[in-house]
Design a protein around this ligand. Structure first.
Ligand SMILES: CC(C)(COP(=O)(O)OP(=O)(O)OC[C@H]1O[C@@H](n2cnc3c(N)ncnc32)[C@H](O)[C@@H]1OP(=O)(O)O)[C@@H](O)C(=O)NCCC(=O)NCCS
Length: 152
């Protein structure tokens, strides 16, 4: 646990955090139920290549969360990627997001990752400014192509 003044601390997420993580996920534009989140958090708890950190205020509870993963590639040395990051819209601009990213960076360094990446939708221009302020630079732009596999 890392303490930031008397206001909030960072710790690893637990299944009991699921409902609040789901609420914040909706602010990111990804609807999820608490049940979905319990299932996913439980699966990730057993995955050494993944971590979920939360920022928790003693007054307001969880005010932000981040999911980071390590990937062993064939083309490249191991790297890490921020899969999701959201700070409660009422608590933005208070350093919560940058503390979560620094925690992800430390986690990735400890696991021998050569870099930390985030793929950020082009419409999230504020988030781009946020990441640039933390030393991230745009290395390329891509189209994302999905094929739905559900169904018979
Ligand atoms: C992006 C986000 C995670 C930033 O979290 P935060 O707690 O508000 O960020 P911080 O307070 O740690 O900001 C750190 C620095 O980033 C920059 N920054 C943060 N928000 C910014 C904004 N809206 N516009 C420009 N710069 C910004 C500033 O340089 C800031 O430093 P300062 O406080 O000295 O000005 C948060 O705004 C958020 O949850 N946004 C919606 C979801 C999202 O876009 N997530 C990222 C998806 S990839």
């Amino acid at each position: 646990m890392v303490t930031h003044g008397s206001h909030w601390t960072l710790r690893s997420a637990e299944p009991a955090d699921a409902a609040r993580l789901a609420e914040l996920s909706a602010q990111l534009g990804y609807a999820a139920t608490a049940t979905d989140m319990v299932r996913r958090l439980t699966l990730l708890a057993g995955d050494d290549h993944s971590a979920v950190f939360v920022a928790e205020s003693d007054v307001e509870g969880i005010v932000g969360w981040l999911h980071v993963g390590r990937r062993q590639g064939l083309l490249t040395e191991p790297d890490a990627e921020i899969h999701a990051l959201v700070v409660d819209e009422r608590r933005r601009g208070a350093g919560v997001g940058s503390a979560l990213v620094r925690a992800a960076e430390a986690w990735a360094r400890e696991r021998g990752c050569a870099s930390l990446r985030v793929r950020c939708n082009v419409i999230r221009t504020a988030a781009h400014a946020f990441y640039r302020s933390l030393g991230f630079n745009c290395s390329k732009r891509q189209d994302v192509l999905d094929k739905l596999l559900a169904g018979p």
